[in-house]
Design a protein around this ligand. Structure first.
Ligand code: CA
Length: 230
């Protein structure tokens, strides 16, 4: 999807040049002449970036910037400030108020295009980084397929190990007696004993350790049973 950019600029000649340059870069540009109109546009649709003039007929672009930074929905919206006169005070204020970049007039449309693209790249890299650090479920039990994944990696489990781990997982944090685990994984198989459970827990532990850098998930509670700790 092309990036949507809102351009707030009251000089029609500058606005035309800027819009033309940015559209050539593949952006969808919405143009506002007034702060009032820009506010309305932002209420109607989300934008990926704002290019903001400072001196506007109905107010200051810097006041709008302050307003945007104070609202959760626009607190991180990338903003590039265009100064009215290339004044140092605009640059300092703009950056202090949280502008992401600054360009003094007169500027070349090509320079603006490059800055805008850099800001969009930075924003999407940030979004991607945030997305990949979202907590993934530690264990995933695919009951239909009788498979369990740990950190997204399927574990190579025997049928008994699967049932044992599924039982421990459903009651994670609780202690399961050997009898309860026997019933869950072996059913009525009278050949099996507490020792059978211990042997399978041992191989299961080894597989979990191997899958997750030596981490111990199953704890032994002497005389009581086993517990899966997450
Ligand atoms: Ca202006």
């Amino acid at each position: 999807m092309p990036a949507r950019l809102l351009l707030l600029e009251d000089d029609p000649a500058i606005a035309r040049t800027v819009a033309y340059a940015l559209e050539r870069e593949g952006l969808v540009v919405t143009h506002s002449l007034l702060v009032h109109d820009a506010r309305q546009q932002m209420r109607q649709q989300p934008f990926d970036l704002l290019v903001l003039d400072v001196g506007l007929p109905d107010g200051s672009g810097l006041d709008l910037l302050r307003e945007l930074r104070g609202a959760p929905a626009t607190a991180t919206l990338p903003v590039l400030v265009l100064s009215a006169h290339g004044e140092e005070i605009d640059r300092v204020l703009g950056l202090e108020l949280g502008a992401d970049d600054y360009l003094a007039k007169p500027f070349s449309p090509r320079e603006l295009g490059a800055r805008v693209k850099a800001l969009l790249r930075r924003a999407s890299a940030h979004t991607a980084a945030t997305a990949t650090t979202a907590p993934a479920p530690l264990f995933h039990d695919d009951e239909a397929g009788q498979r369990i994944s740990l950190r997204g990696q399927p574990l190579a489990l025997t049928r008994r190990e699967y049932r044992l781990l599924a039982c421990l997982l459903r009651g994670a944090g609780r202690i399961h007696s050997r009898d309860a685990l026997l019933a869950a994984a072996w059913g009525d198989d009278s050949e099996s004993t507490d020792r059978t459970v211990d042997t399978h827990v041992k191989t299961l532990r080894a597989k979990l350790r191997e899958a997750d850098a030596g981490r111990e998930y199953i704890t032994t509670h002497r005389g009581m049973g086993y517990c899966l700790e997450l």
